[in-house]
Design a protein around this ligand. Structure first.
Ligand code: TYM
Length: 331
C-alpha cells in the first residue's frame, strides 16, 4: 500500500477554516486505500514561544479535533511528534546536507523573521523546514496533503531526499505534494488578498472551527466583498466574493457554477447568509464530538500512545538505515 503523511500544528485552541478546507478535509479520504499517518508537530510549535500548559492542552485538543473531523485512529496512525525522537535525530543529519542559503530562501521564514525582527527570531524557526523534511522522509510517504503555503517546504523536502539518495544510497522516497488547487488557499474574510491565518493582526477575518457558531456567523456576515452586486467567481476582480463561493462550495459539495446560478439576481447578504448557515451546520456536530473525545482523557491518551508506538516502528527503521549510511557506529 502506498503511504500518505501530513501534520498540523497545535498552536491555537482551534483549527481554522483554512486548515480544514485546504488540507484536513482531504485527510480522511486516504484512510481506506492508503497507509495514512497524521501527526501533531509540537516540535514545530516551539519555534515560537509557547506557554507549556497551553501547549499540552492544545496538543490534546488537536488530536481530538482530528478524530472529530473524521480521522479514525483504527484506520490511520495518529501521533504526536515529540513522542517520536527520530524526528529530531534525522533533522540533524538533514541540517548537515542543507545549504545555509537554501534554508534562507524559504519564504515563510523570511516573512516571519521579518515580522518578528532578527533578535526575536530563533535558529529553530530557521531550521523548521528541515525538521518538516525529516517528518516526511522518515516515513517514506508517496503523498503529502497540504495547503499552498507548504509547497516550498515540500520542494525542499524533495531536494533533500534526492541529495541524500545520490550522496549515499537510495534511502528516501521522493514525496509528491497533494495540493487541491480550488481550496489550496482560503483567504482572510477581512482581507481577501491574504491567506486566512491565526497570525493575522486581527482575528475578524479568521473562522475558528471551535468558536461559538454565532460569532463565526457574524464574522461571515461582515466579510469584505466589493462595490458590485453580481455573485460571480472571479478571484482577480472579486476576491472576497470568490472566497465565499469557494467556502460555500466546499462545505456543501455544490459546484461553484451551480452556486452562481442559484444566487443569480440575489445579493451579497444572501450569499453571506448561505455561507453562515453552511458553516454552523458543519461545525455544530464537530464541536459536540470534540467535547466528547476530550471528556475521555484515558481513551485519548491510549490513542496517542498507540500512535507513537506504530510511528516509532517505521521511523526507527529509516533512521537506523540513515545512521548506517552516514557512517555512524551501530547503537
Ligand atoms: P499548519 O499547522 O500551519 O497548517 C496545517 C495545514 O493547513 C493548511 N493551511 C491552509 N490551507 C488553505 N488555506 C489556508 N488559509 C491555510 N492555512 C493553513 C496548511 O497548508 C497545512 O497543510 N509546517 C506545517 C505542519 C507540518 C507538516 C509536516 C505538514 C510539520 N511537518 C510534515 C506536512 C508534513 C504547518 O505549519 O502547517
Amino acid at each position: 500500500r502506498q503511504r500518505v503523511l501530513s501534520g498540523i500544528q497545535p498552536t491555537s485552541d482551534s483549527f481554522h477554516l483554512g486548515n480544514y478546507l485546504g488540507a484536513l478535509q482531504y485527510w480522511k479520504n486516504f484512510q481506506d486505500d492508503y497507509d495514512a499517518l497524521y501527526f501533531i508537530p509540537d516540535l514545530h510549535a516551539i519555534t515560537v514561544a509557547q506557554e507549556p500548559k497551553a501547549l499540552r492542552q492544545r496538543t490534546k485538543r488537536a488530536v481530538a479535533q482530528l478524530i472529530a473531523l473524521g480521522i479514525d485512529p483504527k484506520k490511520s496512525t495518529l501521533f504526536v511528534q515529540s513522542q517520536v525522537p527520530e524526528h529530531a535525530e534525522l533533522t540533524w543529519v538533514l541540517n548537515c546536507i542543507t545549504g545555509f542559503g537554501e534554508a534562507g530562501r524559504m519564504t515563510q521564514f523570511k516573512d516571519k523573521s521579518a515580522k518578528q525582527g532578527a533578535e526575536n527570531t530563533t535558529v529553530g524557526l530557521f531550521t523548521y523546514p528541515v525538521l518538516m523534511a525529516a517528518d516526511i522522509l522518515l516515513y517514506r510517504p508517496h503523498f503529502v496533503p497540504v495547503g499552498e503555503d507548504q509547497r516550498q517546504h515540500l520542494e525542499l523536502t524533495r531536494n533533500l531526499a534526492q541529495r541524500f539518495n545520490t550522496r549515499f544510497k537510495k534511502t528516501f522516497v521522493v514525496p509528491e505534494p497533494y495540493i487541491v488547487s480550488g481550496t489550496a488557499k482560503i483567504y482572510d474574510l477581512q482581507d481577501p488578498t491574504a491567506k486566512m491565518s491565526k497570525s493575522a493582526t486581527s482575528d475578524a477575518g479568521l473562522i475558528n472551527l471551535l468558536d461559538d457558531p454565532k460569532v463565526s456567523a457574524k464574522k461571515i456576515k461582515s466579510a469584505v466583498t466589493d462595490t458590485e452586486r453580481e455573485i460571480r467567481y472571479d478571484p482577480e476582480q472579486k476576491p472576497g466574493v470568490s472566497n465565499l463561493l469557494v467556502i460555500l462550495s466546499s462545505l456543501t459539495g455544490t459546484p461553484i457554477v451551480t452556486l452562481e446560478q442559484d444566487y443569480a439576481g440575489k445579493g451579497y447578504g444572501d450569499l453571506k447568509s448561505g455561507v453562515a448557515d453552511a458553516l454552523v451546520e458543519f461545525v455544530t456536530p464537530v464541536q459536540a464530538k470534540v467535547a466528547e473525545y476530550l471528556s475521555d482523557e484515558g481513551e485519548l491518551d491510549r490513542i496517542i500512545a498507540a500512535g507513537a508506538e506504530r510511528a516509532r516502528e517505521i521511523a526507527g527503521k529509516t533512521l537506523a538505515q540513515v545512521y548506517d549510511r552516514v557512517g555512524f557506529l551501530a547503537r
